[in-house]
Design a protein around this ligand. Structure first.
Ligand SMILES: *Cc1c(COP(=O)(O)O)cnc(C)c1O
Length: 423
């Protein structure tokens, strides 16, 4: 089952004779055992199985396995949100006193998580431009750097990450590259094929696809050799006293060590689980992901071209446009399409952007992107409002930027709506 379309529909779940065709919702907090010894083996990570849904749940694991197949990874876990996925992915390998290098063009929530909240936990971040040179990237690393982080397609700046260049810099410095692949989805880009080591998702976006459930996912490529950099990653390569001295890389190999540690320590202690109901909805979303992504991209391309030719539009950013700064990179990393999100500036700046948005009838104003219904947002007055002008600039967000998430409605209806709102 090698093709992505088939993996979307059937990946991760192969029912046996007489078993449910659809992934069952196991809506149970706990699981029953005959003996305390049986349960003890699970607590010691000596046997696989379920005992409490804060740690693991069969529905969530099945859907995680589907995403794992889509990305081509070796292990995956669902989380309660994309925020939790990015937090866990970094905190699993970085502690107080450590340092992480991240692209500055990332989701506002992730920027805040890194620059404010994780900084309070004692982890330092250096932000680099997604368009930096190799030398600039190298210069950002320190002896205590534990990871490099970026987004395949940045939300909302829509910069395309040079994944190969970032991966080789990470590996030169003996750390993994973590890529948030939310906007591209594995249908349009599989970062592991370009050298990334860990992939994260806000499944809230295209994967769910219908704006129905908040969720996240972490996938491990299984390729990063933690033992080769053991002094940097004692959490994975030395005994975990909270599990009777388990050494994750020894017991689970490099294929499963990262996800097992994140599940058994971070999920145990922070508990940002996805509910089985939400995981079920996510599983249904994944079944049509390949079909939806194609339509999102086709319509977005038409609309980006329309906006680019409109006299009231100052600029358009969509990597599918020939003149776009990221077009060439998109041809390499996203040959089949990028995503349904376009950003553009309305002539007249902030005020004109707000007026334009009020006049839209089909597209709605929402703090969301990447679902079936077209929506738009003015980041400078919403998601990014805590940022200074300089930080906005670094994140690639100008004050007049409107983020338009093209849904699955008729592209003609959407173009007519934009036309009347632009006036
Ligand atoms: C939305 C988003 C997140 C955060 O995900 P939530 O599910 O809202 O917590 C992280 N990264 C990217 C790229 C996003 O678009």
């Amino acid at each position: 089952m090698s093709r992505i379309e088939t993996r979307c529909v059937q990946g991760g779940y192969r029912p046996g004779n007489g078993e449910p065709r659809q992934i069952p919702i196991i809506q149970s907090t706990t699981f029953r055992y005959d003996t305390s010894e049986d349960m003890g083996r699970l607590f010691d990570l000596q046997a696989e199985g379920y005992f409490y849904s804060r740690l693991q749940n069969p529905t969530c694991d099945t859907v995680a396995a589907r995403i794992c197949e889509l990305e081509g990874g070796t292990a995956a876990m669902l989380t309660g949100s994309g925020q939790a996925a990015n937090f866990y992915a970094v905190f699993n390998i970085a502690n107080a006193g450590d340092h992480v290098v991240a692209s500055s063009a990332i989701y506002g929530g992730t920027y805040n998580l890194f620059a404010v909240t994780m900084k309070k936990m004692g982890i330092d971040f250096t932000f680099v431009s997604p368009d930096c040179t190799e030398e600039e990237l190298d210069a950002a690393f320190r002896p205590n750097t534990k990871a490099l982080f970026g987004e395949t397609i940045a939300n909302p700046a829509l910069c395309v990450l040079d994944i190969e260049m970032f991966a080789s810099a990470a590996h030169r410095h003996g750390v993994p590259l973590i890529v948030d692949n939310t906007f591209a989805t594995p249908v349009n880009c599989r970062p592991f094929e370009w050298g990334a080591d860990i992939v994260t998702h806000s499944t809230t976006k295209y994967m769910d696809g219908h704006g129905s459930a908040v969720g996240g996912c972490i996938v491990d490529s299984g390729r990063f050799d933690w033992d080769a950099h053991a002094e940097k990653y004692p959490g994975l390569t030395e005994p975990d006293e909270s599990y009777h001295g388990v050494v994750y890389t020894r017991q689970f190999g490099k294929e499963k060590a990262f996800i097992t540690k994140a599940t058994s320590q971070l999920m145990r202690d922070f508990g940002s689980v996805q509910s089985p109901q939400s995981a079920f909805l996510l599983g249904i979303g994944l079944e049509s992901l390949h079909v939806r992504m194609q339509r999102h991209c086709e319509s977005a391309q038409r609309i980006a071209e329309y906006l680019a030719g409109h006299e009231k539009v100052a600029w358009v950013r969509y990597c599918g446009l020939k003149g776009d700064k990221y077009h060439e990179r998109a041809m390499k990393y996203l040959p089949g399409g990028s995503c349904g999100v376009i950003s553009f500036g309305v002539k007249g700046g902030r005020k004109a952007a707000e007026e334009f948005m009020k006049r839209l009838k089909v597209a709605a104003i929402e703090t969301h992107v990447a679902d079936a219904r077209t929506c738009c947002l003015h980041p400078a007055s919403a998601t990014h409002r805590q940022m200074s002008d300089e930080e906005l600039e670094a994140a690639g967000v100008s004050p007049d930027l409107v983020r338009l998430s093209v849904g699955l409605e008729s592209a003609e209806d959407l173009i007519e709506d934009l036309a009347q709102a632009l006036g």
